[in-house]
Ligand binder design. Structure first.
Ligand code: BGC
Length: 737
């Protein structure tokens, strides 16, 4: 439409010019294009850019209806008028194109960011992030990010609210499922890899989308593991533990950051200038856009009680550094008044608009606002994505215990029991907002059958309810080995799914008892989105495989590990405590005046009724072979410490070991963790073979935040080169002044 009209305004003029120019030139003058566009914008249009709506009441209306329905008409008119900078929710490819065309028809031709929570799936469903973290494999995260991005575009999204970058120490917190685990170093490798996968080297190449590092910050440290709850945190903890994954995301160029719902040291993250401006922009150098969490600006007033709705909330959030408001309309309704009263300066509004437009330019949305979905789909190798999902499920599963019953020997009669073993939905897990209608989805039953196992399935029990004792006994009687599905339903993890019990539901212990009495070996496959307290399972089952919510191809992937078609690969990224009462439980806890190690001292830090060590510690994970560590040593080499160990495969199968380096500062200015992961390497070793593994750790990585700055201290350190966070022989080394 109105090319002539558009030709007069800068945004559209830029659009036309840019189409004829190479991208590099376009990128080089993005700032100039933003300035030119800003100069043309009315205040209403600027405020419009700062709002992300779900388009209610027409959000559910598909493309054709959008043009017919009255509310749809209104919605489109608003889009055309530039009333929104962004929409939340996927609307299908046709809806996307209609909305983008409509936005581009507007006076200034500014495209929309359309975002949705395509967290571990768009079309192909991958394991939940916590599961994926157990691969310890950044490259896997990158590849999955690439797959999600291109698939998301076919669903009409150019933005996804992932990766969740929250360090998650507390198993009670349901959102632990969405994150990269409890360790800052490992998370700082995984998170940026996902950002790179989603955004690509060239975000404007038509195959990538904007990522969002969330929830900034300290969300996983909420008091009592309660969602949305207050967080009190010392600056050192913030910077040493919670900030590193966000820093890594920013360094990787993440386009957007979402502040968390909770209050941080008394000030909601949504209006926390120290976090949003001083640290995020000032220290980390973030130049993308910040988006509030769902209605979080409103909640400063309606929940936290630190603002009034409208102008006050808008001023507090925007002045703190929140560029875009999700869903609620304080900016929309209140910013004009806040500007008029002088509480907000127009430069602050302009700056926020700039941040938003920069992302839109960066992702090529001005130049290519619509997507040719049919053409794009032809370039997507969906079977390869499914294979990647199977690979990811294999790599995410963690073998916690095995007395030799696994891998399942060919020819065995296997009884598979438990309702989740035949449920596609349970494989997928929480935050499942994609469209998997045309993609194969599997179950554990289907996976075992596909791998040629002689398997008989009977549901026998629900994870949290009724069990059929007779059917259970009959299933066991008729089999050589029982594979029993345990754990939690997917609906027990995810947002607002905090619990006070991470122990097994009583029915599962009864099932375990029955199976033990039946005298058949029991292989427990545990599904769920959080660490569970499994001491009984560890005691009673012959083997325990943590399968998590392994995704759409998870049935295959988990079966592959059980049958030995794939070697066990995963290592825990969270501790598995003995009981809920220990939460939050982390391996990198602070030392105390009366440390718990060596164990057994009466007046040491410990609980009277449970062991202090976790049932399975961070880093834990068995394979189908065994490894021996010898000759651990450490030496300095320039700016690095080099940790070496000879690892021998002492079993009769090949396998991969994750050699982990833990360090403790022995004489520090402030109390330090008993151990911290500082490096690791995965190494594949053939039976009988010995490999020397060398892990370089920059000395600069050995510091911490003290007295307002990051400091690496000279003096004595301890180190362990170990297969998990409780293992390894102690080494010492010194850092020179
Ligand atoms: C969640 C975010 C999510 C947002 C949008 C919120 O409830 O906390 O993680 O991105 O909703 O769906």
């Amino acid at each position: 439409m109105e090319m002539s009209r558009k030709g007069f305004v800068c945004g559209a003029a830029a659009l036309i010019i840019c189409a004829a120019r190479p991208l590099v030139a376009a990128v080089a003058d993005v700032d100039a294009r933003i300035d030119a566009l800003l100069a043309q914008m009315t205040l209403e249009e600027k405020i419009g850019q700062l709002w992300q709506t779900n388009g209610k009441p027409s959000q559910a209306i598909e493309a054709e209806d959008l043009s017919k329905d009255r509310s749809g008409d209104r919605f489109l008119a608003d889009v055309r008028a530039g009333r929104y900078g962004s929409l939340i929710g996927r609307r299908g490819a046709d809806g996307y194109n209609l909305l983008q065309r409509t936005a581009m028809e507007g006076r200034l031709g500014i495209p929309l960011l359309i975002g949705h929570d395509l967290i571990h799936s768009a079309r192909t469903c991958f394991p939940i992030p916590l599961a994926l973290s157990c691969s310890w494999e950044p490259e896997l995260w990158r590849r999955i990010g690439e797959a999600i991005a291109v698939e998301a575009l076919t669903l009409g999204c150019n933005w996804t609210f992932t990766p969740m970058s929250d360090i998650s120490p507390d198993a009670r917190w349901g959102r632990i499922a969405e994150g990269p685990g409890q360790d800052p170093y490992l998370a700082s490798l995984l998170v940026p890899a996902m950002v790179k996968g989603l955004q690509g080297d060239d975000p404007a190449d038509g195959r990538h989308i904007a990522a969002c590092a969330k929830h900034y910050i300290g969300y996983g440290a909420s008091t009592g593991g309660l969602d949305y709850y207050a967080v009190e945190m010392a600056d050192g903890t913030l910077r040493d533990v919670y900030l590193p994954p966000f820093r890594a995301a920013v360094d990787a160029g993440v386009a957007t950051v979402m502040p968390a719902f909770h209050s941080f040291n008394g000030v909601p993250c949504s209006m926390n200038r120290y976090l949003l401006t001083d640290i995020l922009r000032g220290e980390l150098g973030f130049d993308g856009l910040t988006i509030s969490d769902y209605q979080a600006v409103d909640e400063m007033a309606t929940g936290h009680g630190v603002a009034e709705r409208g102008a006050d909330a808008a001023a507090k959030a925007l002045n703190a550094g929140m560029d875009m408001e999700m869903i609620s309309d304080n900016y929309e309704k209140g910013l004009k008044a806040a500007l008029a009263s002088g509480r907000v300066k127009i430069e602050t509004v302009d700056n926020a608009v700039r941040n938003i437009l920069r992302v839109k330019f960066r992702f090529g949305l001005f130049d290519h606002p619509t997507v040719d979905v049919a053409a794009l789909e032809r370039t997507i190798d969906f079977p390869a994505h499914l294979a990647l999902s199977r690979e990811a499920a294999r790599k995410s599963a963690v073998l916690l215990k095995n007395d030799g019953v696994l891998p399942l020997r060919p020819g065995l009669k296997v009884a598979l029991v438990g309702d989740v073993a035949d449920s596609v939905r349970e494989m997928r897990g929480c935050w499942e907002h994609g469209d998997m209608s045309n993609i194969t989805n599997t179950t554990l039953l289907a996976g075992l059958r596909a791998d040629g196992v002689d398997v008989t399935y009977s549901s026998c029990y629900k994870l949290d309810g009724a069990r059929n004792e007779a059917a259970l006994r009959a299933a066991a009687a008729d089999a050589d080995v029982v594979v029993a599905a345990f754990g939690e339903y997917w609906g027990r993890s995810g947002e607002n799914r905090s619990v006070t019990r991470i122990e097994f539901a009583p029915v599962q212990l009864k099932v375990l008892e029955t199976l033990k009495r039946a005298g058949r070996p029991v292989v427990a496959v545990v599904f769920g989105g959080r660490p569970l307290a499994l001491p009984e399972l560890d005691r009673e089952a012959n083997a325990v495989l943590m399968a998590w919510n392994p995704g759409g191809a998870g049935g295959w992937g988990v079966a592959d590990v059980l049958t030995g078609l794939a070697e066990p690969y995963g290592r825990l990224t969270v501790d598995f405590p003995n009981a809920t009462g220990e939460c939050p439980k982390v391996y990198n806890r602070m030392t105390t005046g009366r440390p718990s190690e060596p164990a057994g001292a009466r007046w040491s830090t410990h609980y009277m009724d449970i062991p202090f060590t976790s049932v399975y510690p961070f880093g834990w994970g068995l394979t189908y072979t065994t490894f021996d560590y010898a000759g651990e040593r450490v030496h300095a080499d320039g700016d690095d410490m080099v940790f070496s160990v000879d690892v021998k495969n002492t079993g009769d199968r090949a396998g991969s070991e994750v050699v982990q380096v833990y360090v403790r500062d022995v004489v520090a200015a402030t109390v330090r963790p008993r151990r911290e992961l500082k490096g690791y390497a995965r190494v594949w070793i053939e039976p009988g073979e010995t490999k020397t593994v060398q892990i370089r750790v920059p000395k600069a990585r050995l510091g911490y935040w003290v007295d307002g700055s990051y400091r690496v201290e000279a003096g004595e350190f301890k180190a362990w080169i170990a297969p998990h966070s409780d293992g390894g022989r102690e080494l010492t080394f010194r850092l020179a002044e």
